[in-house]
Ligand binder design. Structure first.
Ligand code: GDP
Length: 526
C-alpha cells in the first residue's frame, strides 16, 4: 500500500447532527475525552454565552481553557485519525450547517430519547441523504425517564426513513438505568456514571446470566422481553447497507455520564468509511491519487477578533498536502503559496505539516476564495455537490445613510460570496434582497456590516415566500420568461437567475404555466 493509501485508510471524517439540546456539545466533549485529546474535570455547564457564539465549541473552549477556536477538530483514536466537524446546528441554524455535511464521510445522529425525532434532525438527515452519507445513531439521556425504546426505533424508521439495527439495547432507564446489553457481543455493560477512558467497564457475559437476575431482576426481565420484540421488529446490522446510508446502527447511553461513548468511537473506526472518491466534473478523484486536490465548504470570519482574519476551510480530497507547497485556485486560475495554512487540533491552531484526504485545512482568505471553489496541482477539477439551498426567509436590505450605498453593496457582495447569506439583485429595482435559512443569519450580517463595512443596515420584511433557481435549455423561452416575469426575478451572487415566489401557490402556478423551465430548490456553486 502506498503511504497515501495507508493514511487515507486511517481517516474518519464525520459530523454530529442533532436537534438543539439533544446533547451534541456534551457528546463532542466526551468523544474528545475518550480519545485522550482533552482532560476533563467536571462537565461543561450552561450554554452559549454570547448570541454570536458561532459554535458550541467556543463554550467548551472557554470552560476548558483549550483552544478549539474553529469548527474542526482532529484527534487520534485507536491508530486512526478522526476529523470531527462542528455543525453550527442550534439556534443559529444556518446554511453553514448544510454545507459542512458535504465535507464529511459519515454522521453521528444524536437523539434525545425523551423527545424522539425532532425537527432539525429531520432537516439535517435529509441533507445527509443527498449524498447517502452513512449515519450512526446515539439515543441519549437514558439516565432520565425516556420514551419506550422500541417506539423510538419505530419513529426513526418511519419519519427518517432509515432502517435501524440496534447494536446495544438499554437495561432500564432513569433511576433504574442499569446499563446496556451489547447484542453483538452478548454482554451486559453495567452503567457506572462518570467513568473515564481508562476505567474498566464492568461486564456480565450472556443475557441469561443469573447474576443479572440477582442484580436487577425487574429491569433484566423487561430487557429480555424487549429483545424478543427487537429481533422481530428491527434489522440486523449489514455493513453495506450502512455504507449505502439505508441502515443505521443504533447505540443507547448517556453522554453526560460518559456511558456509551466508547462504543460510538469504536463503531466509527470499525464501520464508518474512510474517504472515498469524489466527483470533480471532469472525472472522479480517488483519495489515494498522488496529486493534491481540495474544495472549500465553509468560510469563517473573525475567528480571531484581533486580526480580521477569514479562514477558508478546505476538505482535502486527494494526495498529500505539505507545508509550503503551491497549489492552484482553479476558478481564478491563480497559484496559491500555502505558507500559512493551518490545521485544527485540540491543542489549538497549528501549522499544517501534512494533510491527506478527509483532513480539513484552513487557508487565510482575503476575499478571493468562495464556497465551492476547487483547488488542485493544475488539473481543472470542479468538485460538485456543494449546494446552496433555496432560502426560507427573506429581507430587503436598506440603509439609514444613503451615502453608504456603495459600502452596503460591497459588504453584501462579499458576505454573499462567503455564504453568510444569499444576496439577490432583482432584475427590476434597486433594493437588494437577502435570503437565509436561519433567522440568525440576518443578525450576523447586520452586525458584520456595521463592524466591517461601517454600514448601519435595516432589514425589512418582504412578501417573498421562497426562491427557485431557473434553468432552461430553450434560450428563447428563457428570454420570454425573463421579460414577462421581470418583477419576480433576481440574480444571486453567482449571477444565477432565481424566481422569487410570493407563495407556494404562486410557485406552483408559475411552474404549471412554464413547463419547460426547471425550477431548482438547490443550486450547486457556479
Ligand atoms: P446541544 O444543544 O445538542 O449541544 O446539547 P448539550 O450538550 O448542550 O446538552 C443539552 C442539555 O442536556 C445540557 O443541559 C446537558 O447537560 C444535558 N445532557 C446532555 N447529555 C445528557 C445525558 O446523557 N443525560 C442528561 N440527563 N442530560 C444530558
Amino acid at each position: 500500500m502506498s503511504e497515501i493509501a495507508h493514511e487515507v485508510a486511517q481517516r474518519r471524517t464525520f459530523a454530529i447532527i442533532s436537534h438543539p439540546d439533544a446533547g451534541k456539545t456534551t457528546l463532542t466533549e466526551k468523544l474528545l475525552f475518550f480519545s485522550g485529546a482533552i482532560q476533563m474535570a467536571g462537565t461543561v455547564k450552561g450554554k452559549k454565552g454570547g448570541k454570536f457564539a458561532t459554535s458550541d465549541w467556543m463554550e467548551i473552549e472557554k470552560q476548558r481553557g483549550i483552544s478549539v477556536a474553529s469548527s474542526v477538530m482532529q484527534f487520534d483514536y485507536r491508530e486512526h485519525v478522526v476529523n470531527l466537524l462542528d455543525t453550527p446546528g442550534h439556534q443559529d441554524f444556518s446554511e453553514d450547517t448544510y454545507r459542512v455535511l458535504t465535507a464529511v464521510d459519515s454522521a453521528l445522529m444524536v437523539i434525545d430519547a425523551a423527545k424522539g425525532v425532532e425537527e432539525q434532525t429531520i432537516k439535517l438527515l435529509n441533507v445527509c441523504r443527498l449524498r447517502n452519507t452513512p449515519i450512526v445513531t446515539f439515543m441519549n439521556k437514558y439516565d432520565r425517564e425516556v420514551r419506550d425504546s422500541l417506539e423510538l426505533l419505530d419513529e426513526v424508521e418511519s419519519i427518517l426513513k432509515i432502517r435501524c439495527a440496534p447494536i446495544t439495547w438499554p437495561v432500564g432507564m432513569g433511576k433504574t438505568f442499569r446499563g446496556v446489553y451489547h447484542i453483538h457481543k452478548d454482554q451486559v455493560l453495567l452503567f457506572t456514571p462518570g467513568q473515564g477512558p481508562l476505567d474498566e467497564v464492568e461486564v456480565i457475559e450472556g443475557i441469561d446470566n443469573p447474576r443479572l437476575d440477582e442484580l436487577f431482576p425487574l429491569e433484566i426481565e423487561q430487557t429480555r422481553m424487549e429483545l424478543e420484540l427487537v429481533r422481530g421488529a428491527s434489522h440486523p446490522f449489514v455493513l453495506d447497507e450502512f455504507l449505502a446510508g439505508t441502515l443505521t446502527p443504533v447505540f443507547f447511553g448517556s453522554a453526560i455520564n460518559n456511558f456509551g461513548v466508547r462504543e460510538i468511537l469504536d463503531s466509527l473506526v470499525d464501520w464508518a468509511p474512510a474517504p472515498g472518491p469524489r466527483d470533480a466534473t471532469i472525472r472522479a478523484i480517488d483519495p489515494t491519487e498522488e496529486k493534491f486536490s481540495a474544495f472549500v465548504f465553509k468560510i469563517q470570519a473573525n475567528m480571531d477578533p484581533r486580526h480580521r482574519d477569514r479562514i477558508a476551510f478546505l476538505r482535502v480530497c486527494s494526495g498529500r498536502f505539505e507545508r509550503g507547497m503551491k497549489f492552484r485556485h482553479l476558478r481564478l486560475n491563480r497559484e496559491i503559496a500555502a505558507n500559512s495554512v493551518v490545521t485544527f487540533m485540540a491543542q489549538g491552531r497549528e501549522q499544517v505539516e501534512t494533510a491527506y484526504a478527509g483532513d480539513i485545512i484552513g487557508v487565510p482568505n482575503h476575499g478571493n476564495i468562495q464556497i465551492g471553489d476547487s483547488f488542485s496541482e493544475g488539473e481543472p477539477l470542479s468538485f460538485t455537490g456543494i449546494p446552496y439551498f433555496a432560502p426560507e426567509l427573506f429581507r430587503i436590505a436598506r440603509i439609514k445613510n444613503p451615502l453608504k450605498i456603495k459600502q452596503l453593496h460591497k459588504g453584501l457582495q462579499q458576505l454573499g460570496e462567503e455564504g453568510a447569506v444569499q444576496v439577490f439583485k432583482p432584475l427590476n429595482g434597486a433594493d437588494l434582497i437577502l435570503g437565509a435559512v436561519g433567522v440568525l443569519q440576518f443578525e450576523v450580517v447586520a452586525s458584520r456590516l456595521a463592524n466591517e463595512y461601517g454600514v448601519e443596515a435595516v432589514f425589512e420584511s418582504t412578501s417573498i415566500h421562497t426562491a427557485r433557481w431557473i434553468t432552461c435549455e430553450d434560450a428563447r423561452m428563457l428570454a420570454d420568461f425573463e421579460k414577462q416575469l421581470v418583477n419576480n426575478l433576481a440574480r444571486d451572487a453567482a449571477d444565477s437567475l432565481a424566481y422569487l415566489a410570493t407563495s407556494r401557490v404562486n410557485l406552483e402556478l408559475t411552474q404549471e404555466r412554464w413547463p419547460k423551465l426547471v425550477f431548482h430548490a438547490t443550486r450547486e456553486h457556479a
